[in-house]
Design a protein around this ligand. Structure first.
Ligand code: ADP
Length: 405
């Protein structure tokens, strides 16, 4: 089965093609074709990068619309040095990462007119992502006609959160209005949970996990019986941990205080909380953990403060997830920071030494990928897992197609 995966963000689009023959293999496959489109560098232009085993391509094209760029990107699949298929009909299914599935979409679905309407409707809850996801779906319809398309929702993995974890203690009308914790990064948490169980040699249903997705956006999930029972992101991806540019949870009274000051509009607050806070806001340097570490090594005190706050919040939310689980078999680190920053892992783990959690410093320091970095006598395993969201989307498509055959 050949599966095209489209993972659209507000300013970039990652895409790849996998070919799964037979059952889903234990190890993630390498894509046959990978493309990345970036719209951010120069207005009116898009940069396209395509990689295959046979060849690579890099080009900058004028782009008035996402659709034009998608058309060119799809063209590189069937033509030129990056060709991997001769015609679009060789693709069996297209899988889309859709950020928000609301309360109705608790698992992946075949995209119909109703599903498209729901994705459009939920754009009010995910304004930077759901419209981009929908444009991707429409572009495939326009250029490739009737190839089956599947939506894989980032919220779905968290859709069985117990009410006590999902419902905010505001007025009851919020519940009726759908104002609740949805959680995000679900595709990554789901992949890491299954991968962790495999690395541990245990059944997913029998392990209690905390998965720490620490990238530009950061979230934790408490996973029991293979399901998310608590998570740090909430109604929006702004809740919970301190992130690259996002504040994470702050006292809501601060917002009331700021809004009472006449020069603070809703748009300004949105910008401050989503773009000018977190590592960047506190350090004044960057949202990138590499640059924060560099600045700390040069004695920059604001970078040190940003690091300290990040670690404090990470530890305290791990503690919260621990309480929701009532115990822990493995702590899992993933995404850009989680996979590449030994000091963050060490600082997070240090706080849980009282549980008998012991990190193997050697293993932690040496670029671990998909391994256990706890000591043999540690009471809790600690894993570093390279997240593979696109592969998980491909697997979801495979499972759904197989089920409906
Ligand atoms: P996204 O959340 O956008 O998918 P990633 O998971 O790729 O992002 O994480 C991006 C972040 O990961 C960067 O901003 C940077 O802080 C961090 N990062 C990436 N590589 C490294 C590295 N080698 N060392 C430390 N931090 C890294």
């Amino acid at each position: 089965m050949k599966i095209l995966v489209l993972n659209a963000g507000s300013s970039s689009q990652k895409s790849c093609v996998y070919e799964i023959t037979g059952d889903i293999p234990e190890e993630p496959l390498k894509p046959l074709w990978e493309a990345k489109v970036d719209w951010t560098h120069q207005q009116g232009f898009a940069e396209i990068e395509v990689k295959t085993a046979k060849g690579e391509l890099q080009e900058k094209i004028p782009a008035d619309s996402r659709d034009q760029v998608m058309a060119r990107m799809l063209d590189t699949l069937c033509n030129g040095s990056t060709q991997v298929i001769t015609q679009p009909s060789e693709i069996d299914v297209v899988g889309h990462r859709v950020v928000h599935g609301g309360q109705d979409y608790r698992e992946s679905v075949v995209i119909t007119e109703d599903v498209k309407k729901a994705i459009a409707h939920l754009a009010t809850l995910a304004p930077a992502h759901n419209p981009a996801n929908l444009e991707g779906i429409k572009a495939i319809e326009q250029h490739w006609g009737s190839v089956p398309q599947i939506a894989v929702f980032d919220t779905a993995f968290h859709s069985h959160l117990p009410d006590a974890a999902a419902i905010y203690p505001g007025p009851y009308e919020w519940v009726e209005q759908g104002i609740r914790r949805y959680g995000f990064h679900g595709i990554s948490h789901q992949y890491c949970a299954a991968r962790a169980a495999r690395i541990l040699g245990r059944e997913l249903a029998s392990v209690r996990l905390i998965t720490c997705h620490l990238g530009n956006g950061c979230s934790l999930a408490a996973i029991k019986n293979g399901r998310s029972v608590d998570t740090t992101m909430g109604f929006t991806p702004l809740d919970g941990l301190m992130m690259g540019t996002r504040s994470g949870a702050v006292d809501p009274g601060i917002l009331i205080h700021l809004l009472r000051q006449s020069d603070n509009s809703v748009e300004h607050l949105d910008h401050v909380l989503n773009r000018a806070s977190g590592l960047r806001g506190i350090s004044g340097i960057s949202n990138d953990m590499r640059q924060i570490r560099e600045a700390i090594s040069q004695g920059n005190s604001r970078a040190q403060l940003a690091w300290d706050i990040y670690v404090h919040h990470l530890r305290s939310y791990i503690g919260a997830m621990l309480a929701s689980l009532g115990g822990l078999d493995a702590l899992v680190f993933t995404a850009g920071v989680g996979e590449n920053t030994p000091d963050i892992r060490a600082a997070a783990c240090e706080a849980f030494a009282f549980l008998g959690l012991k990190l193997d410093d050697e293993k932690n320091a040496h670029k671990p990928v998909d391994i256990d970095i706890a000591t043999a006598d540690s009471a809790v395993r600690v894993l570093v897992i390279h997240t593979e969201e696109d592969w998980e989307i491909a697997c979801e498509c495979w499972r759904l197609v197989r089920r409906s055959c």
